[in-house]
Design a binder for this molecule. Structure first.
Ligand code: NAD
Length: 467
């Protein structure tokens, strides 16, 4: 795959975000995005976009992130097609009015809840899964019948320009627009006001998004990051735990929001677990011939390399960096102190700190004393341990695996506290981009006079009985 096959950034409506948003708002007012048929047509268009351009998507992911074909398919292609297929299968049901029962004093009448499209919404994407994390929120917004401005990350330029080129060809170009650009462009967009904005990115930028959205009261869903811990309990199957942790830590060079950030291992199994982890990581990277894993850009590379320079932990595997190729070897750091950078900052790279605990309560305290994670993992077959760990506040919890919850469209995906607010995927995404509207349809009869002023004592007595 070569970079030459990637199209240059196309000139899109990026030049004039205001005109783009106005155009989308006009489209929304025509009402055409509300019908089931329109929504289904858009989802079918997205399915064709991915199917017909799988090679180009993989090439763009390779150019931006050095991704292999297998990782392109796993991380961005199959995840997106799964979300599209699920939405197409269930959309009619999601759109149905939901009848509501009524208290006696409100009868005769009928009542229902209907999910209305919000209007024109904004999707702001990150660079790490630059196709999936733009298209899957788009699936939700189009299923909800909204018009959408998509702002992909400028740090994955090949994917950004590919989205700008392809989306208008596969979905209604009067309803979906791609605006390319950086943080300043995003703030300019936000200042125009939207009916909703869904942002995926880091916690610090998340604060800026919320601040940028406040003047126009644009509601936000924030899909943020953080440090996702893995507890390896004393009864864990250590081979399986090591394989699953290593798999997700290596995927996309560890640049995954729900990658295992650090491991808390029970002290009774620590030696064996670390040994198996080292062997597994070495085996999984045997085809790389000693080369490290590619990091997205110089800034991220320097950040990770400086953590390794400064760590007070013991490097049990890897630890080498290649500044020319922006590569970092899969690295295991044992027993870093709580204030070590690798234990404070979200790693977002192929570095895995491992610390030890003596009692489950200590591991849980360690997690609960820190910002709420996006994901919490625990390897155990002990039901009591599972019940206790499931109570810890985290965006999502997975037992005996890593990251799999993201691929279950029936489950809401989102963070809590510092790891985000709101959720999407499947019907949850449809609801995020819809207004849950109450409709109460009364009859003109009966129309009891006693509810109207002037009030008599008798009227008040009657009102007390009826309301
Ligand atoms: P980022 O926060 O740097 O950028 C994301 C987007 O915000 C980009 O489109 C960028 O152009 C825009 N942006 C940058 N500065 C801005 C500003 N001042 N105002 C407005 N917009 C601005 O995130 P990233 O580096 O692309 O992604 C990595 C982070 O995202 C990690 O923290 C990771 O955990 C998180 N993440 C979360 C999820 C999730 O689903 N919760 C998924 C992937 C990544």
């Amino acid at each position: 795959m070569s970079e030459r096959t990637i199209p240059r950034p196309t000139t899109t409506a990026a030049d004039d975000p205001r005109a783009t948003v106005e155009r989308l708002r006009r489209t929304f007012r025509t009402g055409r995005t509300r019908s089931y048929e329109w929504r289904e047509e858009q989802l079918a268009g997205l399915a064709r976009l991915v199917e017909e351009n799988e090679d180009r998507i993989a090439e763009a992911l390779h150019a931006d992130l050095g991704r292999t074909r297998a990782e392109a398919w796993l991380g961005d292609i199959s995840s997106t097609t799964g979300e599209i297929a699920y939405a197409r299968k269930h959309l009619r049901r999601w759109m149905r009015k939901r009848r509501s029962p009524l208290p006696l004093n409100q009868r005769p009448a009928s009542a229902w809840i209907q999910y209305d499209p919000l209007g024109t919404v904004l999707i702001i994407g990150p660079w790490n899964y630059p196709v999936y994390l733009v298209l899957s929120p788009l699936v939700a917004a189009l299923a909800a019948g909204d018009c959408v401005v998509v702002k992909p990350s400028e740090l994955a330029p090949a994917c950004s320009s590919l989205m700008a080129e392809l989306l208008p060809r596969y979905v209604d170009p009067q309803a979906v627009a791609v605006v390319e650009g950086d943080g300043a462009v995003t703030q300019e967009l936000l200042s125009l006001g939207f009916d909703h904005a869904l942002f995926t990115g880091g916690t610090e930028i998340g604060r800026k998004i919320m601040a940028g959205a406040a003047p126009t009261l644009t509601p936000v869903t924030l899909e943020l990051g953080g440090k996702s811990p893995v507890i390896v309990h004393e009864d864990a199957d250590l081979e399986v735990a090591a394989r699953r942790i290593a798999w997700l830590k290596l995927m996309n060079s560890g640049q995954t929001c729900i990658a295992p950030d650090f491991v808390l291992v029970h002290r009774s199994v620590r030696e064996r677990f670390v040994e198996i982890l080292r062997t597994t990581l070495t085996e999984f990277t045997a085809d790389r011939d000693g080369a490290g894993l590619r990091i997205v850009n110089r800034r991220q590379f320097d950040r990770l390399a400086s953590y390794l320079d400064r760590t007070g932990g013991t490097v049990a595997l890897g630890g080498t960096v290649d500044a020319e190729r922006l590569e970092i070897a899969p690295t295991v750091v044992l027993d870093p102190a709580p204030d070590d950078a690798v234990m404070v900052e979200e790693l977002f790279g192929p570095i895995l700190p491992v610390i030890t605990y003596a009692a489950l309560a200590d591991a849980i305290d360690y997690i609960e004393e820190r910002p709420k994670p996006l994901a919490l993992y625990c390897f155990t077959s002990d039901r009591a341990v599972r019940d206790r760990v499931a109570q810890v506040s985290a965006g999502g919890v997975v037992f005996n695996h890593i990251a799999m919850h993201v691929l279950v469209p029936q489950l809401p995906f989102g963070g809590v506290g510092d790891s985000g607010m709101g959720a999407y995927h499947g019907e949850w995404g449809f609801q995020t981009f819809s207004h849950r509207k109450s409709v109460l349809a009364k009859t003109v009869w009966p129309d009891p006079r006693f509810v109207y002023p002037p009030y008599t004592d008798k009227a008040l007595r009657l009102m007390r009985r009826f309301f």
